[in-house]
Design a protein around this ligand. Sequence first.
Ligand code: AMP
Length: 483
Amino acid sequence: MFKNKKNYDSKFKTKTVLEVSKEENIKIPLSNNESTFAGLNLAQPLMRAIADAGYSTPTPVQAQAIPLVLAGGDLLAGAQTGTGKTAAFMLPILHRLAEKSAANSRSGRPRCLILAPTRELAAQIEESAQTYGKYLPLKSVAVFGGVNIYPQIKALRGHVEILVATPGRLLDHVGQKTLDLSGVEILVLDEADRMLDMGFIRDIKKIIALLPKQHQSLLFSATLSDEIKALAGGLLHNPAFIEAARSNTLSELVEHSVHLVPQRLKSHLLSHLIKHHDWKQVLVFTRTKHGANRLTEKLVADGIPSAAIHSNKSQPARTKALAQFKDGSLFVLVATDIAARGLDIDQLPHVVNFELPNAPKDYVHRIGRTGRAGSSGVAISLVDKEEFRYLKDIERLIKRGIPKIAFDSFVPPANLSAEAPRPPHSQRGQKRTNAPRTAGAGNRSRRQSDGHGQKPRSPKQRDHKRVAAGGLPNRARRKNSLP
Ligand code: AMP
């Protein structure tokens, strides 16, 4: 929920509502005069839940999507996290499900299926179903990997209206015949771009083939690439199109800055910044899981309560770290890119890029964690000279320079010899492979996790690079080389 209401409207600026007519292939602007929840004609139990959540006005994506979803049509929405997109589909879905009772209602046969790329996002969407549906008798369940399947099987034996799932675990349930998708009336693909990035396309197609022919489909994506449009073309029928915020735009409420600092001093500087500014809630991004662990150890040794969140951590450990970060008992959450995707933390004030991402659009995703729903935020990047080229790429993408700030009060520790400098980035120019992953057991840990799927170098090449950069030619490092 946003507190900084005066800034709220300026945050959600760019919006267009267009309806794509198949016959004439033209885009028709739709009216957009619903600026209050009362004007959206949602059922009373939903209005009560909205009031309980403290929302006074719908966000632009909500104002536009809710009437379209209520009308029963398909929708393609360009909306990033932080725009209020979850309520934009959840509220009208709850309304529609409550409106008419299901024909052939049976246990293990959901009426609405929501697919999400990560476990955290799936869990958060299901929480939203509970929050907004608290005065309605509709049952929601989340199923995702990394946790015991049996409690999920038990939950699916009961009545389920809304099922939120990651694709791999969903197919596991289908395979075990603990789930029947033939009653799905509404399908949502949330963060569809990230699902494609993570190689879920084949799983998604398999799942869609299991749905009844007649159903409403809603596709939400932060970016609207050609790949997404192709997916939408095959999936959606005569869809309305809305765009809440252009991709690669950044909240104007976030203050960006860069500290130019050698890699070996970064952890010391970060500790200093946290203590000096008395920061109590900081999300830090590292490129690798190993880097996230190492940094967390250093921060904890410096007396700063911190935890790492990445795909090598068990799901209960990830859930616990996130809960502690939200309730304030952890000051720092150190995350890799995809593990952090979908984290919804209200009013997150500080985001730190411990290393810059290779892909400039990931900078936008990372910074989207702060300055959300009208609140202000601070985004700091610690940049070694090896990373200048990434900084240039990012500045080009966001079409602005990021101020370089000196840090006067920081005195580097005298003895740094024990810490070897990190090797230069080895992933530049390597694309994520979109190789399809299937529901086979061999793929499970990566499919359920947040692996990037980069093309590995040969072990020999990697060791040469490391040694040349003063690093260690060590096999154990290889284990941790992916985020
Ligand atoms: P989302 O884009 O769905 O991840 O939502 C981002 C945040 O906005 C969540 O913390 C929601 O609780 C909050 N939010 C959603 N809708 C509204 C609204 N109409 N007014 C204020 N906050 C909202």
